[in-house]
Design a protein around this ligand. Sequence first.
Ligand code: ADP
Ligand code: MG
Length: 543
Amino acid sequence: MKTFQELGLNSHIQKSLKELGYIEATPIQEEAIPFVLENDQDLIGLAQTGTGKTAAFGLPILNKLKKNKEVQAIILCPTRELCLQISKEINSFAKYSPGVAIATVYGGASAEIQIRDIRAGANIVVGTPGRVYDLIRKRVLKMHTIRFVVLDEADEMLDLGFKDDLDAILEDTPETKQTMLFSATMSATIYNIAKKFMHEPKEISVGKKNIGADKVSHQYYFVRPGHKYETLRRIVDSEPDIYGILFCRTKHETQEIADKLKEDRYSTETLHGDIPQHSRTLIMERFRQRRIQLLVATDVAARGIDVNDLTHVINYNLPEANELYVHRSGRTGRAQKSGTSISLLSSREAYKIRELEQKTGKTFELKQVPTGKEICEKQLISLVDKMKNIKVDEKEIASFLPAIEESLKGLSRQELLARFVSAEFNHFIELYKDSRDLQVIAPDDRFGGERGGRGEGRVRRERQPEENFINVMINVGRDDRLEVKDIFSLVNSQRELKGADIGKIKLSGKYTTFGIDKAKEKVVVRCLKGARFRGQLIDAKLA
Ligand code: ADP
Ligand code: MG
């Protein structure tokens, strides 16, 4: 990787980068920065979330600004939070660049201050398409001076219904401007914008090399629908220091889960489109300061939000589109830190994990829902660690000590310890006393407990009796690196078999037999015959 000195940025910018701790450029920066510095050609930049795209366009634009009081660059992005984040970041890049001014404009806030900022001589306007277009119509924003237009998270802007505004803005800006489009993923809609509004754009796409997303480990849990919330609690409880985002599909679900979590005394807040802007800002502020541990959010609300050091991203549901999974998991593991992306799914969705593995090139690890005992152990260790490392203000508590000593005299060291721990810890003991096992009969458990056996008396999904299944044999097995979970993907990937109950699975070296719902007897062989596993043609017959 190159250092920022080598990329051709001026010394003012270099100084601010040094202060920000930016030493090496990320891959997208390494390619995009010199390109924009040296060319006026349009640019499409594709790189995963958390790879530093803001600096990839922000720095060269800053470097190319002329000294005047005109608006030279418009940066468009989908949400107010993103606007604020981008302008904050570019402002810090511009710390030592004399005379550079940035205005941030978005809906839901008074236009007055925004107009004043622009009139005061802003060179860069960062805004949402709606408000930017408003200001163009009001003739506050003059288009003829525009030299750069950036579309950040373009696909999201389209999803949010900003298409007409974008069209109108791009229509108005001068032909000669340089248009840059940045996104984590390439989609048909992006191609359409590019075709319509960009002139022979150069495409820079950096694959999986990036500063964040490679450090993400992906885990999933099989969950029965009725156990979802309880499973979530267990996962959260088994990570005492969790700091993350919980993704839900709808505003409604987001609110519901956040309410439940609050009721159960978790440090949580929700972020979705119906939350008023003012509260959103406060929530983000508190989340950044880590006063909220778990932010429950919709995809749109969380999009692009740059909070570093998240330990976890939890997918309460797998998103509809695999692209969204990439965006979500990119929220963690950023800026050189490692992180975990956890998904809760039903065993019928096992095939989706296969798809995601293909898409991300990562292996997803199937996890067992922690038992009450395991959670208590983790919490206890964390509590004891905290006690051990706590800062004691000798001076402040000195005056209380005699009274405390008096009151506790007669208790042994052992008894004292037990009591202090209990005072903090009874909540968990109470909660998980007699707790049931939430293991879903996960694929790996199916062969006679070879893996994943976990004590007696566990509650499992009611298994169907053997006679409800017929046995099928296929010509791939362990030697072909077939695993039990692959049977689920294979079955679920066939339209007519999707969701069918699967019985005992027996893996051998060269072949595999498994039970499948008797109702599929007529179709199963036809469906599987000719399907492929890792490219190999499958032959199937009833065993
Ligand atoms: P993206 O837009 O690709 O999702 P961001 O531009 O939001 O990513 O950057 C993610 C985080 O990485 C930000 O906190 C940013 O300050 C930091 N960052 C970006 N580039 C570098 C770099 N070269 N060195 C260190 N940190 C960086
Ligand atoms: Mg970004």
